[in-house]
Structures are given as C-alpha cells and as structure tokens.
Write a protein that binds this ligand. Structure first.
Ligand code: DAH
Length: 358
C-alpha cells in the first residue's frame, strides 16, 4: 500500500514540476528529474520487480499509467512553450508589409562639379587633355615663374595664405633657391599649373586644369575664401590671338548659348601679353543694359591672353619657336551667371533646399 501512496505523491509532484516549468530548459530539467536514468518515475518502475507477485498487476498498471501521464504532460507542455515562443516572436518581429518603405535619399552631383564637368566636356571635345596640379604650391609656381614681380601686391599675406614662410630646404625647385624663394602657400590661382605642365610636357600642349584655389577673403555675396577655377593652356608653333578668340568664342557659346556675343576687353595679367578679360552679352537684357549687368550689357566671365615670352623661357621653351595662349575661368562665377545666383555662399552651405534645384 505504501507504494500506492508513493505513486500518488509522485503524481502530484510531477504535475507541479511540469506546470511550473515555463521554459524549454526548465521543462528539460523536469523531464530528467522524472524520466531520466536516475529520475523518480524511473526509480519507481525499477521497484516493481521487488513487489509481491499478487500486487504486481495493480501496482504495475498504476505505475505504467503514471509514466504515460508524465510523458503526455511533458509533451503538451513542450508544445505550449514552443507555441508561446512563436507567438511572442510574431508579436515583436512583425513586419507590416503594407507600410510604405523608407526611401533612401539619392544624391546628385554638386552644381560646381556639374559646371566643371560641362567645361571639361567642351574642351575635351576640341582635343584638350584634363590635368591636375597641387593645391599647396610654392611662390615660384604661383607667382615668380608666372612673371609676377617680387613686389606684386597679390604676394602679400593679405592676399595669399602662406603655409611656410621662407622655409629653407622645404622646396626642391632649383630656380626657387636661385631666387631665394622657398615660401609655401595655398595657391591663389590655377595658373601655376601652366608651369608644371610646361616643365613635364613638350608642345603641342592643349590642356585645361580644373582646381580649387584659396584667398584670404571674407565670404560675402561675391567672394569666397575657397573657390574653383578652370585654367586653360595652349602652346604650339604658330598660335595666334585669333586662335584664342576662336576657342573662347566657341566655349562661351557652348556654355551660355549660341546667340551670345563676346567682347575682349584689355586688361593686365603678369603672365600674358596682351591680356584681356572676356565679356559675354548679358542674358537677362540681351545686351541692352539692366541691373544684372550693371547697365553695361556685358558680363565678365574669364581672364585670358597670349603667354608672355618670359613665362615660356622660365619653363625652358624657346619663345621664337613657340607661342601660346592661356585663360582662367571662375567656376562659381559661371554658376552664378547661369542660374542668376544672388549669393555665392549658398554654394558652400550644403543646404539641400538650395542644392536640389540643380
Ligand atoms: N589667374 C587669373 C586669376 O586668378 C585668371 C587668369 C587670367 C588666368 C589670365 C589665365 C590668364 O591663364 O591668361 O584672376
């Protein structure tokens, strides 16, 4: 009879154990405690061998029922736990496929780069190469080799960002040492790349060089301390001012429209002789005069001229054999003229409401 009571007690204990196992791990622990090799139900089953033969059928049946019941309870509980786990997973990781997706913002090229590439296209189309040059430059390349006198005002620290003043041994060019020059600066113009190109390439040279330049100007509607230029250089035998005009007229019409007139106004640059600025007829008034063109009918777009023989000599080229022309275009200026931008600073702020328009 004692065994019957043990069976009853074990049944109650098994029910409690299984009911309180609320995770797969706890349920597995309960299974081992009851049905494992050393489990309590297993132990009871083993005791059946020692039971008196007349009691064996009753007790044996009862013990078998208990074992089957424990197995069924474990099975059900395991299914419940799995179902619960799935339910909570579905609740937390549910995806509403009907919701609109989060669209990634797809950017596009900045206006300045668009204009730069457009200019590259125009000049590549007439056989020019596109070159690059250093933004950190020496005074030899930025000024002296370009025929700028030692007392030229643009050399002053008010107009040029100097990185290293007169640092002995900081630059390698023998000409600079010959001139006692070793100033390192942020280039104020891309014109120094003319010198680099002529040093490394023999004529014929037909090249443009887009690049960033720096000047210690406070940013305002018309000035930026950092802006972009596209330099152009042509050196060959028999190049004349007619070639300069034909090339730049073609460029102006490509960039601003076939109906635009051009005008070459005398100017001075140390590295070209003669030098001039190119004006394009105002697109707002068609040349009649308006507030946009300051009532002149013309808008200035670039500086240009025939390369000064001194510059050719500085680069080891014979000015009796070679002639050439050069030009420098302000990229921000072209952008401002194209789109009638009232303030150049908008190009630097990264304000998407402005930039997305182009
Ligand atoms: N470097 C000049 C500037 O920054 C622009 C320029 C003028 C470039 C005449 C040239 C040129 O190559 O021939 O204002």
């Amino acid at each position: 009879m004692a065994l019957i009571e043990d069976l009853d007690a074990l049944e109650a204990k098994a029910k409690d154990l299984i009911a309180s196992a609320n995770s797969a791990e706890k349920l597995e622990a309960a299974r081992i405690a009851l049905l494992g090799k050393k489990g309590e139900v297993t132990a009871l089953m083993h005791m059946m061998g020692k039971v008196a033969p007349e009691e064996r059928p009753v007790l044996g049946k009862r013990a078998n029922e208990l074992r089957r019941m424990v197995e069924t309870m474990l099975q059900r509980s395991s299914e419940n736990i799995k179902r619960e786990a799935m339910r909570s997973l579905m609740a937390t990781e549910a995806v509403d496929v009907t919701l609109p997706g989060a669209r990634p913002t797809i950017g596009h090229q900045h206006l300045i780069n668009q204009i730069k590439e457009e200019m590259e296209d125009v000049f590549c189309g007439i056989g020019y190469t596109v070159e690059a040059g250093p933004e950190v430059e020496t005074s030899w390349y930025n000024f002296t080799a370009l025929n700028a006198p030692m007392d030229h005002p643009s050399r002053s620290a008010r107009d040029t960002f100097y990185v290293v003043d007169n640092a002995p041994g900081s630059v390698a060019h023998p000409e600079e040492h010959a001139h006692g020059e070793s100033d390192v600066l942020l280039r104020t113009q891309t014109s120094g790349t003319q010198i680099h190109i002529m040093e490394h390439q023999k004529p014929p040279i037909y090249a443009i060089v887009p690049g960033t330049v720096y000047r210690p100007d406070t940013a305002d509607a018309c000035h930026l301390p950092q802006f972009n230029q596209v330099e152009g250089i042509v050196v060959d035998e028999g190049i004349t001012f007619g070639d300069l005009k034909g090339t730049l007229d073609y460029f102006a019409k490509c960039m601003f429209g076939a109906d635009r007139k051009t005008r070459y106004r005398p100017h001075f640059f140390p590295f070209t002789e003669p030098s001039c600025e190119l004006d394009v007829s105002c697109h707002v008034c068609g040349g009649k005069g308006c507030s946009f063109c300051k009532h002149s009918g013309w808008i200035e777009i670039l500086g240009c001229g025939m390369i000064d023989p001194n510059v050719l000599v500085n680069c080891g080229l014979d000015p009796e054999r070679y002639t050439g022309f050069a030009f420098g275009i302000g990229v921000e200026r072209v952008a401002a003229l194209r789109y009638d931008l009232p303030d150049l600073r908008t190009l630097m702020t990264g304000d998407m409401r402005f930039l997305e328009q182009f």
